[in-house]
Ligand binder design. Structure first.
Ligand code: GDP
Length: 437
């Protein structure tokens, strides 16, 4: 198990602002990596996204935690400040649950920005109802209300954390510019019945004390931490491939790290962006996935690597590692270092890697990987010997790793021109092998 002391040292070497992001379609193991690096952080910040993201973290004592809204630092007593940013959408029920967990690790360390949008039952009703009625054209959302909540976030509507003052204030906000009436009309269009305005006010009122306690101007707080020279860990909620602008529009959220600057201003010069991914890729919901495996191959990963989506329990679609996608997201996100997780679960005698797409399919290397582009590309594979049966989990130093895994890592480094600074070799926190001692 890698020690907290070594992780702290690694953070110090990496920078003052350290991002942990996913370079694929999500579920890269960002939660575990962020939690580990938070050993060296004074604050962790989840600056975007909402409860559709689910970070599963198995702590060193074996406890499993699932975080949908709050950043990983809440389950690390050494981190005194944990913030949810103003570009986030916050599910109050989820927040109540996760804040109780946070309090087990210390009180008054968790804060939600006053400007964050609050997810209401109406968002979930509209999300779920629309998905059902889209039929074969459904997006395959998690039905957690994320899409409709982001429509409000960027549509200057809905309830913000700061509105949770009193029932009177909530009612005034819900009826301002005929907000609730408009939502009922939209729901009616889709044949969905929303809770009444009174029910919604009652629902919201129960969360007034929680939001009163947790709300903060996190932007001012981050400025203070910067002036004090405090190290900050920025935890990405989703993979960059699903970003609404940079990626395939599978989420409504602005996933790339630069969106954090929109909320918090420029990062400090000592900045690192750690891109995480597994030796394979997965995707939930609909949409093209150029390196998608056969059903038999995917089943092995679903069973042996537990590739089941954490928010919905759906089986993941699985594919071979797509380095063209990794290069694309690494380039757009300014990734400086890589960490490959789940190297211990790759149950294949031969490991395939797409090191690019065929140029003859109208594709040129470097093109933006929109959904439309991905629909037509054909991967060019390189086959490497696998490490199925080798004991990757037992490695504690880089030298202990099986040679097939080192060849794999070297290929990734050559193809991306980025250093792999660690690999994950087990589900638990601490199951990380650092490249340098
Ligand atoms: P995230 O949303 O990117 O944090 O990823 P998920 O929450 O979907 O899932 C990551 C899962 O993989 C969690 O259950 C982790 O415990 C597990 N995990 C993370 N890193 C490793 C690793 O190196 N090896 C193994 N076997 N499991 C890992």
């Amino acid at each position: 198990m890698v020690s907290d002391e070594r992780l702290k040292m690694l953070f110090r070497q990496l920078g003052d602002d350290v991002f942990v992001i996913g370079l694929t379609w999500s579920d890269e193991g960002k939660g575990k990596v962020a939690h580990e690096l938070a050993a060296g952080a004074h604050a962790t910040v989840r600056w975007h996204g909402g409860a559709s993201a689910g970070h599963n973290i198995m702590l060193r004592d074996g406890t499993k935690v699932h975080l949908h809204n709050l950043p990983c630092g809440i389950v690390r007593a050494n981190v005194p400040r944990n913030y949810v940013g103003p570009m986030s959408v916050v599910d109050p029920e989820c927040l109540r649950r996760e804040n109780s967990l946070a309090e087990q690790y210390g009180r008054d360390r968790t804060f939600v920005d006053q400007g964050a949008l609050v997810v209401l039952p109406l968002h979930k009703f509209i999300d779920g109802g629309r998905e059902t009625r889209f039929g074969a054209k459904a997006y395959g959302t998690t039905k957690t209300g994320m899409g409709p909540a982001h429509e409000d976030l960027f549509g200057r509507k809905g309830l913000r954390v700061r509105d949770f003052v009193s029932a009177k204030q909530l009612r005034a906000k819900l009826t301002e510019r005929r907000y609730y009436e408009e939502k009922q009309a939209i729901a009616g269009f889709w044949g969905i019945r929303l809770p009444s305005l009174n029910e919604t006010v009652r629902y919201c009122r129960q969360f007034v004390p929680l939001f009163q306690k947790l709300q903060l101007d996190t932007r001012a707080a981050v400025q203070t931490l910067r002036r004090q020279g405090r190290p900050i860990l920025w935890e990405g909620a989703h993979g960059v491939m699903i970003d609404v602008i940079q990626g395939t529009m599978s989420t409504s959220s602005l996933v790339g790290p630069w969106s954090a600057m929109h909320s918090y201003g420029p990062m400090r010069s000592r900045l690192a962006v750690i891109g995480t991914f597994r030796p394979y890729v997965t995707r939930t919901g609909a949409g093209p996935m150029p390196t998608e495996m056969t059903d038999d191959e995917a089943t092995r990963l679903q069973v042996e690597a537990g590739e089941v989506e954490s928010t919905t329990g759906r089986k993941q679609r699985c594919g071979w590692l797509d380095l063209e996608a990794i290069r694309h997201t690494a380039r757009l996100s300014g990734t400086t270092h890589l960490i490959i997780t789940k190297l211990d679960v790759m149950p294949f005698k031969t490991v395939r890697i797409a090191n690019g797409y065929q140029p003859d399919a109208g594709y040129e290397s470097g093109m933006t990987l929109t959904e439309q582009v991905l629909e037509n590309v054909r991967p060019q594979y390189v086959d490497l010997p696998g490490w199925d049966g080798d004991d990757v989990a037992a490695a504690t130093t880089w030298n202990d790793l099986p040679s097939a895994t080192k060849k794999f890592v070297e290929l990734v480094e050559t193809a991306t021109r980025l250093p792999v600074i660690a690999i994950g070799n087990g589900p638990q926190c601490g199951d990380l092998v650092l490249r340098k001692s």
